[in-house]
Write a protein that binds this ligand. Structure first.
Ligand code: FAD
Ligand code: UDP
Length: 373
């Protein structure tokens, strides 16, 4: 008899399996419909031998000491500060928009104070910041909004920024200094030997059995267990009883090039041209030394694997109906980005899983990281 059947071997499922087995002596059956652990953070060496992220670029960053210390038990780190450029008006410009972005775009040589004035004179006043359009217009005005945000967002989400919660574009700050890092978190690093190696070390415990290539519906009535933790899409668990929750998907196109370096930045965003949103060159992220290099293009789409919950009021309302049902479902706990329909980064999922572990066992909890980092 297993104490827990955990559905999904992504960050949420792996953290809970590790904690419940190692921390509380529970017997765990962890299953995933995919052929590998790691969920969307899975990485592997491609046929050329380049370490790539199968489901798009994953960069670890957090302000939580607890989350960083927890994961540090299972990996060493490679310090890494992520940098992104956007291809706008025929130039590669820093994004988040900063002092250098403005100066290069307009051929100016403003200082930080002058750029503040420049942006303030263009920003549109908003009584209330409700949508992703409000966020950007109120900080930088319409022209920069249109060059950097409007089309990227329409491509990524199939929706106009005015149809998305403020939290989506608020993930990307606007700066008046020369800081060109994508994130400003205290801890920014990549697992030295990759995410998958880290997950393997988390799960290396006699109390954890792993069943890959297995949908939980094939085993839930066959293999005895006391409780379940479910980290797949919450609406699928309830057979879409109230209708489908929208998720955004992506198609990834990988290309290996016969050259050591392909592009000038780890990620280049293409807000206005092409049907893909961005191109990532993995070696910049991983630090791998290799004579060849692999890149990935991301093409957003509506159907396919659910990658992004879509933050907007009607979806939150529909989710709340499922959440209510989940609360009434005894013996099943919901966690993770899909299980709780939240646009969470990896560290937020880890914090959420540690909190659930604390609730299940009475162990001390961690501070929830509920705001998008
Ligand atoms: P998942 O990783 O989705 O795991 C859920 C698992 O459940 C999946 O493996 C799935 O196969 C399995 N499952 C579903 N249904 C069933 C079923 N019926 N039976 C069995 N198994 C099932 N976060 C960052 O912090 N930094 C980044 O740079 C970053 N970049 C990202 C880029 C992209 C393109 C995407 C899509 C996400 C990115 N994220 C990033 C977010 C990150 O991927 C998530 O926060 C994290 O992986 C979520 O973990 P999870 O365990 O909740 O979900
Ligand atoms: N965004 C944009 N232009 C950019 C970068 C981001 O419009 O150059 C918007 C877009 O709506 C995107 C959101 O900001 O979905 C969040 O960006 P982030 O890079 O955090 O997205 P993720 O890495 O989660 O796909």
């Amino acid at each position: 008899m297993f104490d827990y059947l955990i559905v999904g071997a992504g960050f949420a499922g792996c953290v809970l399996a590790e904690r419940l087995a190692r921390g509380a002596g529970k017997r765990i059956l962890l299953c995933d419909v995919r052929k590998h652990v790691g969920g969307n953070a899975y990485d592997h060496h491609d046929t050329a031998g380049v370490l790539v992220h199968r489901y798009g670029p994953h960069i670890f960053h957090t302000n939580s000491r607890e989350v960083f210390d927890y994961l540090s038990q299972f990996t060493e780190w490679r310090p890494y500060q992520h940098r992104v450029r956007a291809w706008v008006d025929g130039q590669l410009l820093p994004i988040p928009i900063n002092l250098d972005t403005i100066n290069a775009l307009y051929g100016l040589s403003l200082n930080a104070l002058e750029v503040e004035g420049f942006l303030a004179s263009r920003a549109e006043r908003r009584e209330r910041i409700r949508t992703s359009e409000d966020v950007i217009l109120s900080k930088v005005g319409r022209e920069l909004y249109e060059k950097f945000f409007r089309n990227y967002t329409r491509k990524q989400w199939g929706l106009d920024p005015s149809e998305l919660d403020a939290s989506v574009t608020a993930r990307v700050p606007v700066r008046t200094n020369r800081d060109d890092r994508y994130f400003s978190d205290t801890y920014q690093a990549m697992p030295l030997h990759g995410f998958t190696r880290m997950f393997e070390r988390m799960l290396d415990h006699p109390g954890i059995k792993i069943l890959l290539n297995t949908d939980y519906r094939e085993i839930r009535h066959v293999i005895p267990h006391r409780e379940m933790i479910y980290t797949g899409p919450i609406d699928a668990y309830f057979d879409h009883r109230f209708g489908k929750l929208p998720y955004r998907s992506l198609e990834f196109k990988f290309e290996t090039k016969d050259q050591e370096v392909y592009q000038a930045a780890p990620v280049i965003n293409y807000p206005n041209e092409y049907s893909y949103t961005r191109v990532t060159e993995f070696k910049h992220l991983t630090g791998q030394v290799h004579p060849r290099t692999t890149i990935v293009y991301e093409f957003p789409k509506g159907d396919g694997d659910p990658y992004y919950p879509v933050p907007r009021p009607e979806n939150a309302a529909l989710y709340r109906k499922y959440e209510e049902l989940a609360r009434e479902t005894a013996g099943v706990h919901f966690a993770g980005r899909l299980g709780t329909y939240r646009y969470y980064n990896m560290d937020q999922v880890v914090a959420q899983a540690l909190t659930l572990y604390a609730r299940l066992t009475g162990a001390p909890g961690v501070r929830a990281l509920t705001e998008a980092a």
